[in-house]
Design a protein around this ligand. Structure first.
Ligand code: PRX
Length: 635
């Protein structure tokens, strides 16, 4: 079992060890796992190439480390507690034995459908137990899962299936989300019209609504499972074989397929889970994220289950049937650690105290936050009303790319400070640089967050595009991993994340490229061009502000075109990318070389009316006043 750091002195000691001798540090932790064959070399790396290899030539299967390694001692302990959308529906509790059986069965199903090691499997499913079973079954046979958040449109799903050349799609008939039912299979069918690589679809029956079935291609999960054997020998993979692909947005182009491999990711997810949340045997841990995002991968499934933890998986939303749902779940299962996003906290805070007061929640020991900066007001509300002033908050900074938590307090060990992610995890060597890449050493500095040494959980490449991997993360600053985030290190050496420094925005904890949203808007036949920026939003953290130039207005007038733009964005990306504000303008502020000055648009979106700094390089400075007065009229 992984050792748990238990004092501040212990943290400092571990951290120093991890920097002085990272190979020895991680090797010691890796020895806690079950390997068919141990590595020849702990680490081989070169950020300039870039190439990162951990536990080289080690052979293993991650699911053996979840099951075979844990079954003897905790076969009858719950692995996953599944809470349905409707609190009156039947929950499901899967012990390690039961989950193991299901995973083995579905692994055999995948094998029977011709899926083999290295094949990509697309998963587009709501938060149901079969989603967890699917991903682990892929890992069991060495197939690569590519989970697509079930809120993305058919278009986005198709893009991801095509990019990964997935052979099979695992899905459900529909999904429950609060009072809504979502036609998941219909979306898959639409996506598959343009995906020739897909040979099979396996569908879980969740809502039991009527769906179209394509003979020969579509199969029912229940039919296949009925005859599947529960005996399955895990496939041995290399430490650097792909475990999964997960798409995320960048500042340019299409979403990137972030590749995580097996050995390093396993060690890092398990180590960070145990230490950040200070998980103890028997605790019940609840992360409210969706498995469609990295948080769900690392901290609902892999991190907790590798530690033999009990992980709660929730199908629904925080406001259904009312704003007390999370707290009712905490009380129903005596949750000890609760991990959520600031956007959820702010939304619940806005509903008022009545849903949280009197809930008590005496079982809670640790609260976590992830995905975006947590503002002080939300931090205090979380701390006072949810944690009853006695639970430490771990504000965890990390990214799809980092694989696991990179900067965060260890609960109850590193003293917290509202809105600070505090200190790096052992093994993480952050540096702050200025725009020229000069390191800003010492305390009380602010700049761009980079990391100068590899850690086992980091991404290895962008699927199918290693050059883009190099350009995106290793070309801005020499020999450093570029995170894309601005950061401040204060007088205590604590890190505070300030938000993205590139054209990525964070809307309700969902990461989005402004270029992606612009492309979707520009696809509208009446749109000439557009520029999208983020602006501060009380609940979402950032809202999406779109400045749009149209050739002519359709018969529906301004409102008509705005409505059709929203529809287009929903269709091309998904409802999460819909702009909160659309301003129709006659032109965008551009430099003489044709570059849009987003800095000015960001200020206008924030409500600024006068001081825009130097605008002398603008081709037509008059356009700024015009946009400002139009923005003032926008509701
Ligand atoms: O800007 C940072 C923000 O979320 C980005 C990563 O998004 P994603 O890959 O979707 O992963 C989210 C879940 C790990 C980061 O570049 N971010 C994440 N956590 C924090 C944060 N910003 C401030 N504080 C955090 N704790």
């Amino acid at each position: 079992m992984i050792n748990k750091i238990s004092t501040l002195g212990g943290y400092i000691h571990e951290y120093q060890k991890s920097v002085a001798n990272p190979r020895e540090f991680w090797e010691q932790i890796a020895h806690e796992f079950y390997w068919h064959k141990k590595w020849d070399k702990v680490l081989d790396w070169d950020f300039r190439e870039p190439r990162i290899e951990w536990f080289k030539n080690g052979k293993l299967n991650i699911t053996e480390n979840i099951f075979e390694r844990n079954l003897f001692t905790r076969g009858n302990q719950p692995a996953i507690i599944w809470e349905p959308n409707d609190p009156n529906d039947q929950n499901r509790i899967l012990t390690y034995n039961e989950l193991y059986r299901e995973v083995c069965k579905f692994a055999n199903v995948l094998l029977s459908m011709g899926i083999r090691k290295g094949d990509r499997v697309a998963i587009y499913m709501p938060m149901i137990p079969e989603l967890a079973i699917s991903m682990l079954a892929c890992a069991r046979i060495g197939a690569v899962h590519s989970i697509v958040f079930a809120g993305f449109s058919a278009n986005s799903l198709a893009d991801r299936i095509i990019d990964a050349e997935a052979k099979i799609v695992l899905t459900s008939d529909g999904a429950y989300r609060g009072s809504k039912t979502i036609p998941i299979k219909e979306i898959v069918d639409e996506a598959l019209e343009t995906c020739p690589s897909v040979e099979h679809v396996v569908m879980v029956e969740r809502t039991r609504e009527k769906v179209a079935v394509k003979a020969g291609r579509d199969h029912l999960w229940s039919d296949l499972m009925q005859s599947a054997s529960h005996e399955n020998q895990a496939v041995e993979v290399d430490s650097e074989d792909m475990l999964f692909i997960l798409y995320t947005s960048g500042s340019t182009g299409k979403p990137k397929g972030i590749v995580h491999t097996t050995g390093g990711y396993m060690v890092y997810a398990a180590y960070t889970f145990k230490n950040v949340f200070q998980y103890s045997d028997g605790d019940v841990y609840f992360c409210s994220a969706d498995i469609g995002w990295i948080t769900g991968h690392s901290y609902i499934i892999y991190g907790p289950l590798l530690n033999g933890a009990t992980s709660l998986m929730f199908e629904g939303i925080p406001t259904y049937p009312d704003g007390g749902r999370y707290w009712d779940i905490v009380n129903k299962y005596n949750v000890n650690q609760f991990y959520t996003a600031p956007t959820a906290i702010r939304a619940l805070m806005a509903l008022g105290q009545q849903f949280v007061e009197n809930k008590g929640m005496p079982s809670l020991k640790v609260l976590g936050s992830v995905g975006e900066p947590i503002n002080e007001m939300a931090w205090h509300w979380y701390h006072d009303h949810v944690g009853n002033n006695r639970c430490p908050i771990v504000d965890t900074w990390w990214q799809t790319e980092t694989g696991g938590i990179a900067i965060s307090p260890l609960a109850g060990i590193i003293p917290t400070k509202p809105s600070f992610a505090t200190l790096p995890m052992p093994g993480i060597q952050p540096v702050i640089v200025d725009h020229e890449g000069k390191e800003l050493a010492g305390r009380s500095v602010e700049g761009i967050l980079c990391i100068k040494f590899p850690w086992p959980g980091m991404l290895r490449t962008i699927y199918g595009d290693h050059e883009r991997f190099k350009q995106t993360y290793f070309s801005n600053y020499d020999n450093l991993y570029f995170s894309g985030d601005g950061v401040k290190r204060d007088e205590d050496g604590y890190y505070r994340i300030l938000g993205r420094v590139d054209d990525v925005i964070n809307v309700s904890g969902h990461r989005m490229g402004t270029a992606e949203v612009e492309n979707a808007i520009n696809a509208h036949p009446l749109v000439n061009e557009s520029a999208v920026v983020g602006y501060p939003h009380d609940i979402k953290g950032q809202g999406i502000f779109a400045f749009v130039v149209c050739g002519e207005l359709s018969t529906g007038g301004e409102e008509g075109i705005k409505t059709s733009i929203l529809k287009a964005v929903s269709k091309i990306i998904g409802p999460i990318a819909k702009p909160d504000k659309i301003l129709l303008v006659s032109g965008l502020p551009k430099t003489r070389s044709g570059k849009i000055m987003r800095r000015i648009l960001r200020k206008i979106a924030e409500g600024e009316t006068a001081s825009f700094g130097d605008t002398t390089t603008l081709l037509d400075p008059g356009v700024v006043n015009e946009i400002v007065s139009a923005a003032q009229k926008l509701k």
